[in-house]
Design a protein around this ligand. Sequence first.
Ligand SMILES: Nc1ncnc2c1ncn2[C@@H]1O[C@H](COP(=O)(O)OP(=O)(O)OP(=O)(O)O)[C@@H](O)[C@H]1O
Length: 260
Amino acid sequence: MTEPLIELRGVSKSFGSNKVLDRVDLTIHQGEALGIIGPSGTGKSTILRVIAGLLAVDEGEIYVRGVRRTGLIEDAADSVGIGMVFQQAALFDSLTVEENVGFLLYQNSKIARSRIRQLVNTKLEMVGLPGIGELYPSELSGGMRKRVSFARAIMSNPESDQQGPELLLYDEPTAGLDPIASTVIEDLIRHLQCSQGVCSTYAIVTHQDSTIRRTADRVIFLYQGRVQWQGTVDEIDSTDHPLIRQFMSGSVHGPIQVVG
Ligand SMILES: Nc1ncnc2c1ncn2[C@@H]1O[C@H](COP(=O)(O)OP(=O)(O)OP(=O)(O)O)[C@@H](O)[C@H]1O
């Protein structure tokens, strides 16, 4: 098998006395669509932030295409471009859609405004929202805001060698959306995976059944700081693993402790 794009080896992370990740091993290969599921508060977003290089770990090693990462992403860029779509769309309300999507280029490059506008428009078209650059986030629906945040995550700098992120990390991209708006987002995630030159690999954290089934090929189940199960999306239905059976049925009875 080829070298993984990302590999976590024995990664642990605590917040105070709360040990959220406990010697987690995880690999993501080129072209994979990985679903990360598990009960609330079990460390799914934390894993994404670790993979993105936004959060330091207490123990363990992170390899990016076989090269050990030391420090955070701000210390040294990885050889693999990573884009992250946060749980909340996290747009700046006082900026237009265009300024939000092109934010990093406006801030960190000397590229002409007209060129950035062109690049932004291309990305807005890719997420199915052409011509909305002049609008403000408050004028958009929740689903549109999510799509704008996708456009921002896949923006690339034409002055750099990287065409765009090779790995996209989605944190609950369909949370709070109705079933149809969720389908639009799920289709978009798959479509972006297949678009040439953009993010053919992704990891997605989700609680939504339809999103797990429609966007993931392989799934890992996280609980009590560990990867407790992994399998294909079809195996979710056939496994008799008690954690998966309880989680997918939503039962309050079983090995998963119900909080609250
Ligand atoms: N910056 C932080 N400081 C302190 N505690 C944190 C921090 N970030 C996360 N935590 C704690 O770590 C645990 C895991 O949080 P995380 O957001 O990774 O869980 P999750 O599985 O994504 O949850 P959910 O499904 O509810 O979004 C929680 O108990 C959370 O309170």
